[in-house]
Design a protein around this ligand. Structure first.
Ligand SMILES: *[C@@H]1O[C@H](CO)[C@@H](O)[C@H](O)[C@H]1NC(C)=O
Ligand SMILES: *[C@@H]1O[C@H](CO)[C@@H](O)[C@H](O)[C@H]1NC(C)=O
Length: 322
């Protein structure tokens, strides 16, 4: 069973535009040779069996682009905060900083709430992609539209975390907000009137933004929870689904015939992100981790593929693996 690995070109959207009608499932080179199956992924439309889950996840993914755009254009209130701190007696400056920070915190709340919706979406996908009686590989084959959504979630997740990591204003704004709350002992009622981020929500958000990679951590936690809650489902069903995806991405990246079709650097980045995302999820969920000798993920191969890319595009990803 495990001697072969179906590689599915999970490059969605833009990636597929460059590959024409090409749809591929690749043989994973480190595994013994097995059947190579060709699948059409470009027009991957949900089958009837996939529709319910697909619609649910699709509704979440539709918002992902807007969330990323909002995060990308997030310019903190650093200036206002600095002035307020430097002039503690100037009430006008205090108010100015507060008024600048509040709408930003409302934004951060939207991001946080989106992470909860994404978590639910991931859970539905995991349920669908691991449900009996099919093996993980058969699922990827049969439910290509869902596998593609899974890849899109991971791609979003790593994009989000990269933006968050390179934007120190987020934590700066948020801690100013919390300090101001506690200094002024603003109660929930006052806070809710202002911007709906009460103390309890602020606590939860603070745990979220304290993570180096909050979105990925949310998904890791959700995957672990999914595996541990479901006693009837062997853990391998979930981890095999992840290792198969990692294998697919790696083969796509390291095989020149496939790589040369990627004229758009976004495509390559997409595959790298998805690969790194599933590796981290695997590492988090699997009892021995992705880096163990017995791991079903060829970590050496994956890291080699990453290191062959221009370093500015993979630095964040390599860091995420460490
Ligand atoms: C366990 O997973 C199976 C397959 O995804 C699902 O049908 C079942 O409802 C799950 N059970 C629990 C308790 O989550
Ligand atoms: C993930 O789970 C750990 C342990 O339960 C918890 O401390 C952490 O806050 C969680 N992180 C997120 C982002 O949910």
């Amino acid at each position: 069973m495990f001697s072969w690995c179906v590689g599915v070109l999970l490059c969605c959207g833009w990636c597929l535009r460059f590959m024409g009608n090409l749809l591929k499932v690749l043989a994973c080179s480190d595994l013994e040779h097995g059947p190579i199956i060709f699948l059409d992924f470009e027009h991957a439309q949900p089958t009837e069996a996939e529709t319910a889950v697909w619609n649910q996840v699709s509704a979440v993914l539709e918002e992902a682009h807007g969330i990323l755009a909002e995060l990308q254009s997030y310019n903190g209130a650093g200036q206002e905060i600095r002035e307020a701190i430097q002039n503690p007696g100037d009430l006008q400056l205090q108010e100015k900083a507060w008024n600048a920070v509040c709408p930003l915190v409302a934004k951060l709340k939207r991001f946080y709430e989106f992470s909860l919706r994404l978590e639910n979406a991931l859970r539905s996908l995991l349920e669908a992609l691991t449900s009996p009686p099919y093996a993980p590989m058969q699922h990827l084959e049969r439910e290509q539209a869902l596998a593609k959504q899974f890849a899109e979630i991971l791609h979003f997740t790593l994009s989000f975390d990269e933006l968050k990591m390179t934007n120190p204003a987020i934590q700066n704004d948020f801690s100013y907000y919390r300090r101001t709350i506690s200094r002024n002992r603003l109660n929930n009622q006052q806070l809710e009137a202002e911007n709906e981020v009460n103390n309890e929500m602020a606590n939860r958000m603070s745990l979220f933004y304290a993570e180096a990679t909050p979105m990925l951590k949310t998904l890791s936690n959700a995957t672990t929870k999914f595996v541990s809650e479901n006693k009837t489902l062997p853990i391998e069903d979930t981890t095999d689904c992840l290792s198969t995806m990692a294998c697919v991405c790696r083969v796509m990246l390291e095989t020149p015939e496939y790589r040369c079709r990627f004229t758009n650097t976004d495509t390559v980045l997409f595959c790298m992100r998805v690969m790194v995302g599933v590796i981290i999820l695997y590492d988090h969920v699997h009892p021995v981790g992705a880096f163990a000798k017995t791991s079903k993920i060829d970590m050496k191969g994956c890291i080699k593929v990453l290191k062959e890319q221009p370093s500015n595009s993979v630095e964040g990803l390599l860091n995420a693996l460490r």
